[in-house]
Design a protein around this ligand. Sequence first.
Ligand code: WQD
Length: 336
Amino acid sequence: MKIVVTGGLGFIGSHTVVELQNSGFEVVIIDNLSNASIKVLENIISITNQAPTFIKLDLKDKAKVQDFFRAHQDIKGVIHFAASKAVGESVENPLMYYENNINTLVYVLQELNKLEHSNFIFSSSCTVYGQADTMPITENAPIKPAESPYGNTKKIGENIIEDICKVTPDFKAIALRYFNPIGAHKSAKIGELPIGVPQNLVPYITQTGQGIREELSVFGNDYPTEDGTCIRDYIHVVDLAKAHVVALQRLLNDNNETNFEVFNLGTGTGSSVLQVIKSFERVSNKKLNYKIVDRRKGDVISAYADTTKANTVLGWTAESSLDDAMKSAWNWQQKL
Ligand code: WQD
């Protein structure tokens, strides 16, 4: 079965391609290489010994998207990762985010909608909940006003998909709301490749451990949490990738209850920044150099998933612990 993975050379995309191939799917990767290296393709092949088809294509080019789908009428599903995802950058340059994350989604949906089989998996984010009122966060938690244009593109994206599903019964979609993806494939051949100074916590930690960064700045320790630092749900990227295969199979096997479903993908455990630092120190046997600085604008105090729906309805559960994920992130960093 041919599955298209847009953004398939990115961090979560590449790990999902590996798991799709492990599950016997034929994969076509679309990527414009704006935030990924072609070397990732070779590394995927070296892991699975299967060569996905790779099409370098910018989804902002509507005519090219139409040509692609016209040439691949036998597609059974699309997993859509392709999007810009830097929160800070989206505040600086909102229109670039709306063009790159929304226009491209519309073009892909328009073409998928013309095919006989329309199965669509959307890369969404827990950011749609903003600062949720209660923890852990269920899929029924109210959707809050977006804290950034990036977060808004995820909210709008879900609304667009839901609107199509309302009027097109045989268009089936699942939105997966990720918590905080971290770590790397056990082979250390693929992993997170932040461009420039890492915005996210774990790559900044591993680069500091490696000596690439002087010291980690902890953005505030005066939050109303046990140790004063923010709490997140850090999920191993391979567990996350496997959830995409399970969600796709749910649609391919017509096991979905409605034609638009949403699942939170997390471990169900919240970890503070200081606990993540301790995890790194345990798995690396190194002391991490860090200092406490002011809070970062837009950070929520706490966000971790209620995994009941993913576990019982989707039939998927994260298997890796924080230390497992951190160990894989450190192995990857050392390999880099
Ligand atoms: C985690 C915690 C920081 C860096 C973002 C996006 C989300 C998703 C994942 C794309 C926070 C603290 C961080 C540092 C720090 N991205 N931190 N020092 O902000 O939870 O989520 O990335 O889908 O949409 O919002 O992740 O890793 O940036 O931060 O103290 O150098 O680590 O304050 O508490 P975040 P993060």
